[in-house]
Ligand binder design. Sequence first.
Ligand SMILES: Nc1ncnc2c1ncn2[C@@H]1O[C@H](COP(=O)(O)OP(=O)(O)OP(=O)(O)O)[C@@H](O)[C@H]1O
Ligand code: SF4
Ligand SMILES: [Mg+2]
Length: 366
Amino acid sequence: MIHVPWQEPEQLPPAKGDSDLGGRRLEEVEPGHALVDVRGLKKYFPIRGGFLSRVTDHLLAVDGVTFWIGKGETLGLVGESGSGKSTTGRAILRLIEPTAGLVRFDGVDVTAMDRDALQGLRRRAQIIFQDPFASLNPRMTVGDSIREVLKVHRLARGDVADRRVRELLKLVGLLPAHANRYPHEFSGGQRQRIGIARALSVEPDFIVCDEPVSALDVSVQAQVVNLLEELQERLGLAYLFIAHDLSVIEHVSDRVAVMYLGRIVELADAGDLVAEPKHPYTRALLSAVPIPEPGRKRKRIVLPGDVPSPVDPPPGCPFHPRCPHPLKDEECARVVPPLAEKAPGHFAACIKEPALARFQPGAEEC
Ligand SMILES: Nc1ncnc2c1ncn2[C@@H]1O[C@H](COP(=O)(O)OP(=O)(O)OP(=O)(O)O)[C@@H](O)[C@H]1O
Ligand code: SF4
Ligand SMILES: [Mg+2]
C-alpha cells in the first residue's frame, strides 16, 4: 500500500487497468542523420570479492540505453545520483568500455574503433566535467594546458598555438593574459570556462557536458549555461547535457531523456516532457521543480524508499517498488516496460500509461 500523494496529470489518459504496450518502441525508430546514435548501450561493472578477487557479481550501471542526438542538438540527460548518466556519457566516448550495444558517431561504429580511429573521435567528440579543477593540471598554466591538447592532436605549434590559445580564451569570455596563470588563480566559473576552452580547442562537433554547472553558484551557472548556448549557436555543436536539475535541463535541451536505475524511462521534446510528463518517475522529479510564477506551487510527490541497488535491480519495471501510479499492480513486477511511443515523439516506459489517440483503434494516423 502506498501513501504518497499522486499528482493527477491535467489530461489523464483513459484509465485501462490493464497493460498497454501500444506504440512504437524507441529501438524501432530510425533517426535519419543522427550525429550520435546509441542503441542498447550497456555498462556492467564487475564486482570482485573473496580471497582470489574473483568476479562475484555485476553492477548494472547502464542497462540497455537507446537515444540519438542530431547535429547542433542538445539532448538533456537527467536522473538521480547513481542512475548511470556519467557512465552513459563516458561509454559513448569510449572513455570506459561499453559491455554491449552499439554507438555510432557520424555513421561510424565507435565500439569497433581502433586506437587511431579513437584518436580521431577525440577530435570530434569531447567531454567537460563538473569539476574542471580535477581535469586541469595544477602545475601547468592555463595556456600550457590548452597548448598540450593542440599538440597531442597535432593541430598547432609555436606562434600558431599561442594565437589559438588567445582566441580560445577570448571565445569563452576570458582574457588572453589569463594564459599565463595557474588553475588555482581562477574562480569556479572561470575554471569551467577554461575547461570549455580546452574542449573547444580541437574544434569538436559534439561535447558531453557532465554536470558542467552543478558545482557553481546559481548566478555563475546561468553565465556558463548561456556561454554553452552561444557557442552551440556559433559553432553548430551538439551536446549531451547531463544534470540532476530538471529546471536547468529544461532550459538548455531540445529533447530530454530521464534515467532511472541505468535505463531511460522517458524521452521527449523538452517542452512536452515538462508540460505532459508520462512516466510517474518524471512526474515525481518535476514536482520538485519550483514554478517561476508567484503564488503557484506544484504538489510535491515524495517517493517512498531509496533507489534500489543496481547490483540487484527489481524484476519487471525497475521503478515498481517506489511507483505511486494508481494503476500499479503485480503485472508491473513482472513485465519490463518497453520505451514505447505514447504520443508523437514522446516515449515512456510504463505499461499503465496507454498510447494516446494516434495509436488507438479508429483514430486517424497523423
Ligand atoms: N568505475 C566504476 N566501478 C564500479 N561502479 C561504478 C563505477 N563508476 C560508476 N559506478 C556505479 O555505477 C552507477 C552509475 O554511476 P554514474 O556515475 O554513472 O551515475 P550518475 O547518474 O552520473 O550519478 P551522479 O548524478 O551522482 O553523478 C553507480 O551505482 C556507481 O556507483
Ligand atoms: S510500476 Fe512501472 S509500469 Fe507500473 S505503473 Fe509504475 S512506472 Fe508504470
Ligand atoms: Mg555523474
